[in-house]
Design a protein around this ligand. Structure first.
Ligand code: NAI
Ligand code: OAA
Length: 334
């Protein structure tokens, strides 16, 4: 009896400490809906706030019937809708914005998505300045710097709490390698660094258990342009949504695990990074150890071979321009 009540007390105080509100901005979209469902299935999430310019209350009502303990609320635009959705959030995921159609690059989305992300970042800076912000909206190489600039302008920028979601690139890399090698993707841990578009995506096969793959140009290209495969197959109906939802849910889960005290949680993510500042690159995706304060430690890229060195050089050229473009947008359109 005594034991049982002690265990109960302990369980209660642990869960009281681990109340985690997660907010999705763009929750009624192609990514937003399955992402919200996956978050509802995550026992670490205790409150789920779903916001969109249309349809979020319906998605919330639907997801709320899934029989896990978390509460779900949907928010429509109103005087306080976005503000209330964001208040006390520990993690905010942003998949709001338009997706590509065949023939477009991610940069072609800039004109529409830059202002969407800027405005949502303003709301986050005001209502959830201490949350972990996970940016999914493309072009990630530019939208993450946009969020950083907005937070700076409001005096609340904390680089340890801002993440561009690049998880899908490693998810794809491990799956594509497993198809080539006829292995289980769970055993294929492929490091992918750089940014999240075309040649800025740099897989480092030399560091994997199949170092010879670093000369496999087709495989490198497939990882760099994996998103295009989906855009083409969807034929005008959008880009990756289901695999992206899985990747976004994994990133959110990793942040919550780290926030709840687990050590050694590592994810690849696009963050403000010292790794290539000497090359003029202020944001870079690499493996990052997560902790209760967000970014705990940015891991070094490690040894790369001559082919990968060249891939990195090409990455830097585009990445620098993409980052600058995001910053300039906020400077000119505050
Ligand atoms: N980081 C990554 O690896 C990936 C990023 N993406 C990007 O994610 C974004 C979303 O893609 P999908 O979900 O397929 O698009 P979608 O068009 O299906 O959904 C976007 C949702 O955002 C909402 N929205 C638009 N403006 C908004 C605002 N101001 N506030 C709140 N919600 C707003 C729309 O109403 C819509 O429900 C795109 O920019 C896409 O390129 C897609 C796949 C992978
Ligand atoms: O390809 C796109 O436009 C969507 C995306 O970022 C991806 O699937 O990696």
């Amino acid at each position: 009896m005594f034991m049982a009540s002690r265990i109960q007390t302990r369980a209660f105080s642990a869960s009281a400490r681990n109340l985690s509100k997660v907010t999705v901005l763009g929750a009624a979209g192609g990514i937003g809906q399955p992402l919200s469902l996956l978050l509802k299935l995550n026992p670490r999430v205790t409150e789920l706030a779903l916001y969109d310019i249309r349809g979020a209350p319906g998605v919330a009502a639907d997801v709320s019937h899934v029989n896990t303990k978390s509460t779900v609320k949907g928010y429509a635009p109103s005087a306080t809708g976005l503000q209330t959705a964001l208040k006390d959030a520990e993690v905010v995921l942003i998949p709001a914005g338009v997706p590509r159609k065949p023939g477009m690059t991610r940069d072609d989305l800039f004109n529409t998505n830059a202002s969407i992300v800027r405005d949502l970042a303003k709301a986050c800076a005001e209502s959830a300045p201490n949350a972990n912000i996970l940016v999914i909206s493309n072009p990630v190489n530019s939208t993450v710097p946009i969020v950083a600039e907005v937070f700076k302008s409001k005096g609340v920028y904390n680089p340890k709490r801002l993440f561009g979601v690049t998880t899908l690139d490693v998810v794809r890399a491990s799956r594509f390698v497993s198809e080539v090698k006829n292995t289980d993707p769970a055993d294929e841990n492929i490091t992918v660094v750089g940014g999240h578009s075309g040649v800025t995506i740099v897989p480092l096969f030399s560091q994997s258990r199949h170092p010879e793959l670093s000369s496999n140009a087709d495989l490198i290209k497939r990882v760099q342009f994996g998103g295009d495969e989906v855009v083409k197959a969807k034929d005008g109906a959008g880009s990756a949504t289901l695999s992206m939802a899985m990747a976004g849910a994994r990133m959110a889960e990793s942040l919550l695990r780290a926030a709840h005290g687990e050590k050694g949680v590592i994810e690849p993510t696009f963050v403000e990074s010292p790794l290539y500042k000497d090359r003029g690159i202020d944001f870079f995706s690499s493996n990052v150890e997560l902790g209760p304060n967000g970014v705990e430690k940015i891991l070094p890229v490690g040894k790369v071979d001559a082919i990968e060195e060249k891939l990195l050089d090409a990455c830097f050229v585009d990445l620098k321009k993409n980052i600058e473009k995001g910053r300039k947008f906020v400077a000119e359109n505050p």
